[in-house]
Design a protein around this ligand. Structure first.
Ligand code: 5GP
Ligand code: MG
Length: 178
């Protein structure tokens, strides 16, 4: 079993490159079919989704736009809750079909907030395309239209995903050895 060391932790090969790429093939086919004629705007969530976005978009053959945003979450001074903000969104979303491109959906909280923010900015339709989904961790009701890979509740790195900022630059996905 191939393992890698990142900082203080050991990770074992979990999803090889070929499996990732064929899962993305299937999702891209579905998107090409579903969104033809809809002029979608793909919004990739940095940093984690950068590699998935590049490989997905190489396979999208319909007219579309691509842009990149970041999420910022901080504790609100007024209420008890968190405030989530989208940084770098410079497109007018009015009437657009938006496809969020995300690395991983765990509890679903991040994606729920992103979808709500995009709808509040006037998007006609928001679809979610996530590379990875942990079905057993989902706590929030969020529509996931395009899921490339379903995985167990393990902590994973690689192919864009990080451990403390490291490990994003691998072709395969690795999971934490406990
Ligand atoms: P959620 O809001 O769905 O609970 O969490 C989503 C975010 O948590 C992801 O965008 C990602 O940044 C982080 N995350 C969740 N699970 C993992 C994991 O297994 N590995 C890494 N590197 N990040 C994760
Ligand atoms: Mg992310």
């Amino acid at each position: 079993m191939k393992t890698i060391q990142i900082l203080d932790k050991e990770f074992a090969l979990s999803i090889p490159e070929c499996e990732i790429q064929s899962a993305i093939d299937a999702v891209a086919k579905q998107i090409n079919r579903d969104l033809a004629g809809k002029n979608p705007l793909f919004l990739s969530i940095l940093n984690g989704a950068f590699m998935y976005t590049a490989d997905l978009m190489k396979r999208i053959e319909i007219p579309c736009q691509i842009s990149f945003i970041k999420m910022a979450s901080y504790a609100s001074t007024k209420s008890t809750g968190r405030v989530t903000e989208l940084i770098g969104l410079d497109q007018n979303l009015l009437g657009r079909t938006v496809v969020v491109v995300e690395d991983i959906v765990d509890s679903g909280l991040t994606m729920k907030e992103v979808v709500e923010l995009l709808k509040a900015k006037g998007a006609a339709e928001v679809r979610v395309s996530t590379l990875l989904f942990k079905p057993n961790a989902l706590k929030y009701d969020v529509p996931l239209h395009y899921v490339a890979l379903r995985i167990p509740n393990d902590f994973i790195v690689g192919y864009g995903l990080d451990y403390d900022g490291y490990g994003r630059n691998t072709r395969d996905i690795y999971s934490l050895v406990k």
